[in-house]
Design a protein. Structure first.
Length: 109
């Protein structure tokens, strides 16, 4: 095993390039995974339930209960991350997801 040489600028640049390349690969993979999830009706149902369960569109504040409000804010931040991913990676699927949920709700009556 070789030791790190702080004077080897080329090795440092190569290590930095490899790290950036790996991070870009992970970002592409995560993006592709999310697009795949949202491309299927079953995946959109899962994401819709996640958004609903995390209270993305509700006020997390519970009067007189700071701990519960803090918990709700933490849970909501998870949903907000998913909502941000929808808007970034496949915003056209959001409308599809909402339409499907409305149709499912009407069929349950």
């Amino acid at each position: 095993m070789s030791e790190f040489d702080p004077t080897d600028i080329e090795a440092i640049r190569e290590a930095h390039r490899l790290k950036e390349e790996h991070e870009a690969f992970l970002k592409r993979r995560d993006t592709d995974d999310f697009k795949w999830l949202m491309s299927d009706k079953r995946g959109r149902r899962i994401v819709y339930r996640l958004l609903a369960d995390t209270g993305v569109f509700r006020n997390p504040f519970v009067p007189g209960q700071t701990d519960l409000s803090d918990y709700n804010c933490g849970v909501m931040s998870i949903g907000q991350k998913f909502f941000a991913d929808i808007n970034e990676f496949c915003p056209e699927r959001y409308e599809t997801m909402i339409t499907e949920q409305k149709d499912d709700s009407r069929n349950k009556r």
